[in-house]
Design a protein around this ligand. Structure first.
Ligand code: KIV
Length: 264
């Protein structure tokens, strides 16, 4: 696979080809995911749950993210590496620049922040300093204590409008990509159409520009999977085959199916 860049991702959106993203935390899985055609490896702060055993992503540090980004970089074979800025590592502009610089130095090509329109100034400053940013909207797990649980976001009109406006404002501020988690499928489709930058979904229906899942979920290792997860190990002889099945299902828009999405 030729090296995937932001230009590649924009081209995929323009051509209507789905973008395949998967979380990844180490070199072995990075190589396997690349061999399966995964285009974006997300070093998600979900590593707090699936690797560290915490019940949320809040305990994860920049050092943890840097360590796993470096591991993934060693196994990467051409995918774009996207790394999460963990909880409270971008609360001020200075923190955002310092944390992002640390992650870019270890191998990230882009960083991901959770929030809304208020991140506009941060996104602008990151872009000015050579750091592309993906903004995670909808169910942002670092705010689980504000939401009072892991709940679908944007079902009421006020929150839906807030999300639509945030997407436009963040694109204007220079965001390179958006990620929508657990939002009604119709709203996610509308937001994806309204911006030129790629929009990746998880629990956001099939009409976003690409999909992401947590590696351990799609390998069937989560005993209580969310509604939007499919176990890609089912019917497959190996992990490598499951990764390829995921890539094919995303590319062919066979995943997610309607039952994986949420209504308004
Ligand atoms: O941390 C993560 O794995 C994520 C995905 C849920 C998108 O942000």
């Amino acid at each position: 696979m030729a090296d995937v860049t932001l230009t590649t991702l924009r081209g995929l959106k323009q051509n209507g080809e789905k973008i395949v993203m998967l979380t990844c935390y180490d070199a072995t899985f990075a190589a396997a995911a690349c061999a399966a055609g995964v285009e974006v490896l997300l070093i998600g702060d979900s590593l707090g749950n699936v690797l560290q055993g915490h019940d949320s992503t809040l305990p994860v540090s920049v050092a943890d993210m840097a360590y796993h980004t470096a591991c993934v970089k060693r196994g990467n074979q051409g995918a774009l590496i996207l790394t999460d800025l963990p909880f409270m590592s971008y609360a001020t502009l200075e923190q955002a620049l310092d944390s992002s610089a640390a992650l870019m130095r270890t191998g990230a090509h882009m960083v991901k922040l959770e929030g809304g329109a208020w991140l506009g100034e941060t996104v602008r400053r990151l872009a000015e300093n050579g750091i592309p940013a993906c903004v995670h909207l909808g169910l942002t797990p670092q705010s689980v204590n504000v939401f009072g649980g892991y709940k679908v976001q944007g079902r009421d009109e006020a929150r839906a409008r807030e999300m639509r406006e945030a997407a436009l404002a963040l694109e204007q501020a220079g965001a390179a990509m958006l990620l929508l988690e657990c939002v009604p499928s119709a709203l996610a489709a509308e937001i994806s159409r309204s911006v030129r930058i790629p929009v990746i979904g998880i629990g956001a229906g099939v009409d976003t520009d690409g999909q992401v899942l947590v590696l351990h979920d799609m390998l069937g290792l989560n005993p209580r999977p969310a509604k939007f997860v499919r176990n890609f190990m089912t019917g497959q002889a190996s992990i490598q085959d499951a990764l390829s099945a995921y890539t094919q299902a995303v590319k062919n828009a066979q995943f997610p199916a309607p039952e994986h999405g949420f209504s308004a």
